[in-house]
Design a binder for this molecule. Structure first.
Ligand SMILES: Cc1cc2nc3c(=O)[nH]c(=O)nc-3n(C[C@H](O)[C@H](O)[C@H](O)COP(=O)(O)OP(=O)(O)OC[C@H]3O[C@@H](n4cnc5c(N)ncnc54)[C@H](O)[C@@H]3O)c2cc1C
Length: 408
């Protein structure tokens, strides 16, 4: 079945959530690990592109799930939603991991320019011409749909690192630029986890048996696919210089809304709930954020999601001035001036490409007597402090967090 392009609107997200809800309990627990191929992923929610940009919020997804299922029967799904928070929170404590990744990526991109062998091997991998049939199919699925099943992401990254022996950060970059849910925390840290850099020394090895067990209908219907005998039987952990110590979280205090304020939506958080009735709404959508550009599919998805959020904002806050998409700090400053804004509110920007520009924006606004005020969603404020070690430290807190959010 040829998958349709994923619509980026909130209406589409709510429809997808509604369609998935009956399957979010024991069915999800039983079937979620199966990779059935493009257009056949109904055993998982497919909500990640929407959750990634907060077209829908984690709280509303869990609220809808818990309306139909008990916490016990939806435990697996709830855990997965919190895996995302775990990665986000963990990277907040270790911002150096993101800057180190970017630095290594630039180094590897330079190596690709100068080393023809590496360039050819990368080219084969990202265009699906390695001869390892499942790997090639995943590369093509990613490029044509912007999505891969979680298990496929694990197998793909493991084969990239341990069989093809390519630099992990080039694979992570390939994912980040092509996934509709491409996320600095979930993506970078999952690649690091597979490589043995997250849980030191513990790697993930893709095996033919495991691929057959969970993707048999996709790849084994006519016998074993080509190339699986080439898979590495070893996954020796990558090593790196020790990371700097974790930094304490420093989240801004809750803010009180004041008049004369504007709301700045970003691709990190398009959820239309803010502690103010804004005088003006705009969308910050920087044009270039990677050393290499995102795929057309990803750019189109983000643009549509942003426009849809602006339209939603018009209905939600009819008093606010017509919003527009702004791509640079000077444009935001002009917008603040034009509407005589004393304050610009924005949902917290977690570690990633955009967070690196927040200090510049704050200063530029101060220069025109406007303050940047940042609010943090309760979901993040509750979860991130528990993301300092392994996931299970955070998991233990889930019942308490659900209760604090009024969801239990
Ligand atoms: C190498 C690698 C790279 C990844 N890169 C990303 C990425 O860039 N962005 C991203 O959102 N996820 C990433 N993941 C996690 C996971 O694969 C996707 O979130 C999941 O496949 C999305 O599909 P879904 O919405 O159908 O998930 P479901 O199974 O329906 O899960 C529901 C939601 O929980 C969250 N979630 C589920 N599994 C995970 C997980 N393992 N880690 C973090 N959150 C999870 C997602 O928000 C997802 O929408 C990556 C995993 C690996 C192994």
């Amino acid at each position: 079945m040829i998958p349709k392009a994923t619509p980026a609107t909130r209406a589409a997200a709510i429809e997808r959530l509604g369609a998935f809800l009956p399957r979010a309990g024991h069915q999800y627990r039983r079937d979620r690990n199966r990779d059935r191929g493009p257009g056949q992923h109904s055993n998982v929610s497919g909500l990640s592109p929407y959750i990634r940009h907060r077209v829908v919020s984690e709280s509303e997804v869990l609220k809808a799930v818990l309306y139909q299922h008990t916490v016990a029967s939806a435990e697996k799904f709830i855990d997965e939603v919190y895996w995302r928070s775990y990665w986000k929170g963990w990277l907040e404590h270790r911002p150096d991991v993101w800057s180190r990744y970017l630095e290594q990526l630039r180094g590897s991109l330079r190596a690709v320019d100068t080393d023809r062998g590496l360039r050819n091997a990368c080219e084969e991998a990202v265009t699906g011409r390695t001869g390892i049939e499942p790997f090639d199919a995943w590369a093509q699925e990613l490029i044509s749909t912007g999505y891969l099943h979680n298990h496929a992401r694990m197998w793909f990254s493991s084969i990239w690192i341990f069989t093809l022996k390519l630099p992990w950060e080039l694979g992570a970059d390939f994912f980040l630029r092509h996934l509709l849910d491409g996320d600095p925390a979930s993506n970078t840290l999952s690649w690091r986890w597979v490589a043995g850099l997250h849980t030191r020394g513990k790697t993930y090895l893709a095996t033919a048996d495991n691929i057959e067990k969970y993707a048999s209908t996709r790849f084994f219907a006519d016998g074993p696919p080509l190339g699986l005998t080439r898979l590495s039987s070893r996954a020796d952990p990558l090593v790196e210089e020790a990371l700097p110590a974790a930094v304490p979280l420093s989240l801004p205090e809750p803010v009180d809304a004041t008049s004369g304020s504007g709301l700045l939506l970003t691709e990190e958080d398009l959820y239309l709930d803010a502690p103010l009735a804004p005088r003006a709404v705009a969308l910050w959508m920087p044009s270039a954020m990677h050393p290499l550009p995102a795929s057309d599919l990803v750019s189109a998805f983000k643009a549509e999601a942003g426009q849809d959020a602006l339209e939603g904002a018009r209905k939600r806050w009819p008093q606010a001035r017509e919003g527009s998409a702004l791509s640079s700090v000077p444009q935001i400053v002009d917008w603040a001036r034009q509407h005589a804004l004393e304050q610009v509110y924005m949902a917290y920007i977690p570690q990633g490409h955009l967070s690196m520009q927040v200090a510049e924006l704050r200063q530029a606004l101060i220069d025109v007597d406007c303050r940047l005020r940042v609010f943090v969603r309760d979901f993040d404020r509750l979860a991130w402090p528990h993301a300092t070690k392994g996931f299970f430290q955070l998991k233990r807190q889930i019942p308490r967090m659900l209760e604090a959010l009024g969801l239990a």
